[in-house]
Design a protein around this ligand. Structure first.
Ligand code: PLP
Length: 386
């Protein structure tokens, strides 16, 4: 059996829709991106939504728009995709990394205040594997020090806190439509916000800083440029895929939930090998059910790479979220140095965890097979080399 960690579910409808766009000749500035933004507002309850070419582009766009520059600092989770830090670093500002909370994998809220200085301008958090950060506590800190908040919601589509969608607590929330995420547009991303002021500014900067996009011009050439800007737009082709995927999302998430709960109940029986990494015993939260994340215990922890290889040999695709605390990655380590004692729990997640597949491409037969292979890890421990 071959079970990839993730697989985009693309059907006839996506193909028909992409064909239609291609034949229409309108490949940018059309109705598909507008529709995707409308769909996203309905989905999340946001007042404003803006399509972008990727989550990374969206995060960089926001940080650029608030004039982050050399000499500024931004507090950021150490356990995330490198893009979360790059979006800050690209502006010239310095990312100030904070370790993870052992209970949720999210940024350790208790450790934030100590890292705030006069130079701090913003906080960037990731809802780690779709588990909502306690945004009420975070907003208190941000308010006290007058800091902006960006929520990296790349794998938190469907995650809520007190029934409110993540991404709506901070100044902006940014989503990813990369093929392994909860829905895809091929490549792509979305920024949501409840602030008209932020939305208007981002909209211009996304498209070169010009004040009228092509469809808003009465005559060719009637536009001016007020800001420095990028081209971070999404194409109509990508949005067409996204609009079909949005319709499937509810079904995707319900399959994920069912798979997650089934595999979780099985893995709990293997509690001498693994711990479930994420505690979701919090009635106020809804997670996005992105993957089942386990931490290897005791003697097993030392053999993570070999255990991953062992599972792969049986056709089980896994992933690691994320393989290094960001500050331990070469680029950041060389530039800012790395003290492992500051990132103890982030290192546990990077070095001892495995993310197991539960996506909508997986059924109960697959899950039973995964469980069977996980049980073999114990029996074969001696044979699995370090
Ligand atoms: C995947 C991911 C990103 C990058 O998203 P792109 O759309 O590929 O730019 C950023 N942050 C997190 C937490 C991610 O998992």
């Amino acid at each position: 059996m071959q079970i990839p960690f993730a697989k985009p579910i693309i059907g006839k409808k996506e193909i028909i829709s992409v064909n239609k766009v291609l034949l229409s000749g309108i490949l940018i500035h059309g109705q598909e991106t507008v529709d995707l933004e409308e769909n996203f507002k309905k989905l999340t309850g946001a007042k404003y939504a803006l399509t972008v070419s990727s989550c990374t582009a969206g995060m960089h766009l926001y940080f650029f728009s608030i004039n982050l520059k050399k000499g500024d600092e931004v507090i950021v989770s150490s356990q995330s995709h490198v893009a979360t830090a790059h979006a800050i670093e690209l502006t010239g500002a310095k990312p100030i990394f904070v370790d993870s909370d052992p209970y949720t994998g999210n940024i350790d809220l208790k450790k934030i205040e100590k890292k705030i200085t006069k130079k701090t301008k913003a906080i960037s958090i990731v809802h780690y594997l779709g588990v909502p950060v306690d945004m009420y506590a975070l907003k208190k800190i941000a308010k006290k020090f007058n800091l902006k908040i960006l929520e990296d919601c790349a794998i938190a589509l469907g995650s809520t806190l007190n029934s409110k969608h993540v991404g709506l607590f901070g100044d902006v929330g940014v989503f990813s439509f990369h093929p392994v995420k909860l829905m895809t547009s091929g490549e792509g991303g979305m920024i949501i916000t409840n602030s008209k002021k932020i939305y208007d500014k981002l909209k211009y900067i996304r498209s070169f800083g010009v004040n009228k996009n092509f469809s808003a011009r009465k005559l060719p050439g009637l536009y001016d440029c007020n800001f420095l800007g990028f081209n971070y737009r999404m194409s109509e082709v990508h949005a067409a895929i996204g609009n079909i995927q949005v319709k499937k999302l509810k079904n995707f998430i319900s399959i994920r939930k069912r798979n997650y709960e089934f595999l979780e109940s099985k893995v709990k029986k293997l509690n001498n090998i693994f711990d479930i990494a994420i505690n979701r015993n919090n009635k106020k939260i809804n997670i996005s059910y992105y993957c089942l994340h386990v931490i290897l215990k005791n003697k097993y922890a030392k053999k993570r790479h070999s255990i991953v290889a062992f599972l792969n040999k049986f056709g089980i695709g896994t992933s690691i979220y994320y393989p290094h605390p960001i500050p331990r990655l070469n680029y950041y380590k060389k530039k800012y140095g790395y003290n492992k004692n500051d990132f103890k729990f982030s290192e546990v997640l990077s070095d001892h965890s495995i993310s197991l597949p539960i996506g909508p491409h997986i059924n109960k037969t697959h899950l039973n097979y995964i469980y069977k292979c996980l049980k073999k890890v114990e029996k074969n421990y001696g044979k699995i080399k370090k």
